[in-house]
Design a protein. Structure first.
Length: 99
C-alpha cells in the first residue's frame, strides 16, 4: 500500500481533499484486510471441526464423544455390518452356494 502511494502523498498533502482521500484509501484497505483475516479464521475453524468429525467417524478419536455421537457412530457401524452381510449373501448366491 505504501509503495502504491509513493510520490502521490505530497500531492495529496497540498490538495485540500487529498488527505481525506488518502485516509479513506488506508481505511478501506484496513477493512479489507480485517475481512480477509476474519474469513481465514472462520475457514480455519471449520477445517479443524471437519477434521475432528472425520476422526470421530473413523473411530480414531472416541474419548471426546458424547452419548449422542457414540449412538450415531454405533448406527453407522451397524449399517456397514448389514451391507457386509448382504454383500456376502449376494456373492454366495452368485457362486451357487447356499447362504
Amino acid at each position: 500500500m505504501v509503495t502504491k502511494l509513493d510520490g502521490h502523498i505530497m500531492r495529496c498533502v497540498r490538495d485540500q481533499n487529498g488527505n481525506h482521500v488518502t485516509q479513506k484509501c488506508i481505511f478501506i484497505h484496513f477493512q479489507l484486510t480485517q475481512l480477509e483475516n476474519g474469513n481465514y479464521a472462520r475457514l480455519s475453524k471449520e477445517v479443524i471441526e471437519r477434521s475432528h468429525q472425520l476422526r470421530n467417524m473413523r473411530g480414531e478419536e472416541l474419548q471426546g464423544l458424547n452419548i449422542e455421537e457414540l449412538q450415531q457412530l454405533e448406527k453407522l457401524i451397524y449399517i456397514v455390518h448389514l451391507i457386509y452381510l448382504i454383500s456376502l449373501r449376494i456373492l454366495s448366491c452368485d457362486f451357487g452356494q447356499s447362504p
